[in-house]
Design a protein around this ligand. Structure first.
Ligand SMILES: O=P(O)(O)OC[C@H]1O[C@@](CO)(OP(=O)(O)O)[C@@H](O)[C@@H]1O
Length: 740
């Protein structure tokens, strides 16, 4: 019934936060004889001030035969005396008072136990009720949270009644009409610089952003990236997230059922475990990162940041991702814990771009994923100016040199997997059976291979890809004559075509003419398991049709003004102005985009912000609701710091994984946003997403490939639109600030 309560010197029960707890008492009466008791309503009459039936409190019907009354008292309350009585439904008198002495309740327990309540209706008719009392300890915060939830259920939101999908064709009037919100005709006027670590504002050649060849002597922390103008910049690659939060169990208190799992089996090393040989029981508060249950000696949950065992690491992820990773680690052959997605295609079929996108998606979900591009190895080892002859199948030196760098890249990938890497994307043409056999031999007993073949028969798309390659690839950086470059690259493609063999062996996913987003097909063979399943789902929905995605927070809310988190408040005056400016902006920016769509959360601050936008369908997504702050919902950060210092501290230490009591963590938010990402990938028209700070941080991080560990701190200002342009060459970003 009650756990984790400490008694202080005055005998008062205290929560782990040192706040005296209250007793939540529920008194119940049950009478299965429904015929006799049908018209009699159970009441409770208390001794304070007197046992007066006219002041009796009615009990609530809990089920057909059970009645209930609940109330809150301090744990050290004085004895409460009371009696049950039955009042006839339709007349005031007579009322029947239970036989015997008054009942006495102290500390949530009835002094005379579960004595029946007997009512003498007349000389020979006695009605018997069974009596139960239940008492739970509750902190004032729990009570405040449930009181607020209760009240909010009764407070009508100004947007209730709006269907999940709506479209308004006329500008709303009335309260919307605060002042006219003008907007310059030229939207460029509102552009503000994007933060330095974000999607680029110019196309970047995807192969440049892949892993740095370590066997060729390059470090792995940062890589050099040549840009269009030939200059070199350093780009920090997302690092493996190494910290795992665990709570340490007390072995004496933890019941170990045969099916329970030792923490070691999922590769989590805890210094305390080592010291005490404590057995960890993996638990999950709802959804989330598996945790070890807490120590009995400490009433507060102990949050420790521990370095995971990189040889066997679990992903920094919540829910399904974590569950699947653990299952994969416990079941199945060891080599299947590491997955190599081996790309297969002719040059200029969008293979590197697909590989980069898949890497970004898997990283965002929390899988430790790296993209290894063999072309990068070739350029480092043999120089970037290799012309078409180098790629001829009847050029033994060329074949040998290309196989050598492929082996190097593959071995680098395996070494990285052995250090904890989970998914390696191996990006090369791999277009002959012989090459693929070589890779399968290298993978034996070390990782599972899935071939991912991209086939494109659309000559326009191929031509566009080839032209992009000449402009962007370091292979042609030194070639000043564009047409000469074009001729050489086409010859290279022809050399590959002569020996190309489509994949028929092993496990494979084949994408045939999927780039345009309409038509095409995907074929799969020998594909099973959680991760391959997610990969297929992602690839089915992804395409290369260029379109913008506009991300914006709602207009400033009344809670934002008061510094309160969560809630469902309406807009402030500034927020009201923003929603009008936003509507004008959307009207101008998307004026020729008839199929565009507006997505909001189900909270009124986003629905109100979308209100004045006309002519586009609006869709409410529950998944776009703000991070659930649980018992902290409605508090200010200052109040949390003061009243729940440990919670405040824990969040400060690890904001990504910290889950608000009865609420969510950022990892939980990422999990629930996965269908949103898949749908954004699938859409071919522009989408305006009006959502919230935490949710937009997670979405933005996906598009800009920001590492998980940075997500919770990404700057996400109010009244600013972030335009993400998805295109054939990758992701570009523009920001518009509509208000000063
Ligand atoms: O994770 P942190 O940095 O607390 O940011 C999330 C918070 O942002 C807020 C504002 O403080 O979002 P919103 O403006 O959508 O209401 C809170 O509701 C939410 O809890």
């Amino acid at each position: 019934m009650v756990g984790n309560i400490e008694e202080d010197r005055d005998g008062l029960h205290q929560s782990p936060l040192g706040i005296p707890e209250l007793l939540y008492v529920s008194v119940k009466m049950e009478n299965p004889n429904l015929t006799l008791s049908r018209d009699l309503l159970p009441h409770v009459s208390g001794s304070c001030p007197s046992l007066d039936p006219s002041k009796a409190l009615s009990m609530e019907r809990e089920s057909a035969s059970v009645w209930e009354l609940s109330f809150v008292v301090p744990p050290n309350h004085e004895a409460l005396e009371f009696k049950f009585l039955l009042k006839p439904k339709y007349i005031d008198n007579p009322c029947f008072i239970e036989e015997g002495p008054s009942r006495v309740l102290i500390g949530g327990a009835l002094q005379d136990g579960d004595r029946l309540a007997l009512f003498r209706l007349d000389s020979d008719q006695v009605l018997e009720y069974r009596v139960f009392v239940e008492a739970k300890r509750a902190s004032p915060f729990d009570l405040a949270a449930s009181w607020r939830a209760y009240q909010e259920n009764f407070r009508l939101s100004t947007v209730r009644g709006i269907p999940d999908v709506s479209i308004n064709s006329e500008v709303q009037t009335g309260s919307e009409n605060i002042s006219s919100a003008s907007l310059e005709l030229d939207l460029e006027h509102y552009i503000v610089p994007s933060p330095p670590v974000s999607a680029s504002s110019a196309p970047v050649y995807a192969a440049n952003l892949t892993e740095n060849p370590r066997s060729l002597g390059s470090g792995s922390a940062s890589i050099s990236s040549s840009t269009v103008d030939g200059s070199v910049s350093m780009i920090n690659q997302p690092e493996t997230v190494k910290l795992t939060e665990v709570n340490v169990p007390d072995p004496s208190k933890v019941y170990q059922s045969p099916g329970m799992v030792k923490s070691q089996s999922v590769g989590t090393i805890s210094p305390l475990q080592k010291e005490d040989d404590l057995r960890g029981l993996l638990v999950d508060r709802g959804v989330g990162v598996p945790r070890l249950v807490k120590s009995s000696s400490s009433n507060a949950f102990t949050n420790l940041n521990l370095v995971t065992d990189t040889k066997n690491s679990i992903p920094a992820a919540a829910g399904a991702v974590a569950a699947a990773a653990i299952a994969d680690q416990m079941l199945g052959p060891k080599e299947h814990r590491h997955l190599a997605i081996v790309m297969v295609s002719l040059p200029a079929r969008g293979k590197t771009y697909t590989a980069a996108k898949l890497t970004r998606y898997l990283r965002w979900l929390g899988h430790n994923t790296k993209h290894f591009n063999v072309g990068k190895y070739r350029r480092l080892k043999h120089g970037s100016s290799q012309f078409a002859d180098f790629f001829r199948a009847d050029n033994p030196e060329g074949v040998e040199a290309r196989n050598e760098v492929a082996k190097m890249a593959f071995e680098d990938m395996i070494s990285w997997m052995q250090e904890g890497g989970q998914v390696g994307i191996f990006d090369a043409t791999n277009s002959s059976k012989q090459r693929r056999n070589m890779l399968m031999k290298l993978a034996e007993g070390r990782c599972k291979i899935i071939f991912l073949e991209t086939i494109c028969n659309d000559v326009d798309i191929i031509e566009r890809n080839i032209r992009f390659k000449i402009q962007q690839s370091p292979d042609y950086a030194e070639v000043s004559d564009f047409e000469a470059g074009l001729r050489d690259f086409k010859e290279r493609v022809a050399n590959y075509e002569k020996v190309y063999e489509t994949v028929e062996e092993g496990s494979y996913i084949k994408m045939i003419d999927m780039a345009s987003g309409h038509g095409g097909q995907i074929q799969v063979k020998n594909i099973s398991g959680y991760l391959p399943g997610r990969i297929v789902c992602f690839l089915v929905n992804t395409h290369l049709t260029p379109r913008p995605i506009l991300l914006t927070r709602h207009g400033e809310s009344q809670y934002n003004v008061r510094g309160r988190i969560g809630g469902d408040s309406a807009l402030s005056e500034a927020g009201e102005l923003y929603k009008k400016k936003l509507a004008k902006f959307v009207e101008k920016r998307l004026k020729s985009e008839r199929a565009a769509c507006i997505w909001t959360s189900t909270l009124q601050r986003t629905i109100l912000t979308a209100g004045p936008i006309v002519g586009f369908p609006k869709i409410q997504w529950r998944a776009l609701d703000e991070i659930n702050a649980g018992v902290c919902d409605g508090m200010t950060y200052e109040e949390i710091k003061k009243n729940m210092p440990e919670e405040y501290e824990s969040r400060n230490k690890d904001k990504l994984r910290y889950r608000y009591p009865r609420g969510e963590s950022y990892l939980d938010v990422i999990q629930r946003l996965e269908p949103v990402i898949i749908e954004l990938e699938r859409q071919r028209a522009p989408v305006v997403v009006i959502s919230h700070q935490a949710v937009l941080r997670a979405l933005y991080a996906y598009f800009t490939d920001r590492p998980l560990k940075e997500i919770a701190d990404i700057e996400m200002p109010l009244h600013t639109i972030i335009e993400i342009q998805l295109g054939v060459t990758g992701v570009e970003e523009k920001r518009y600030k509509l208000m000063d």
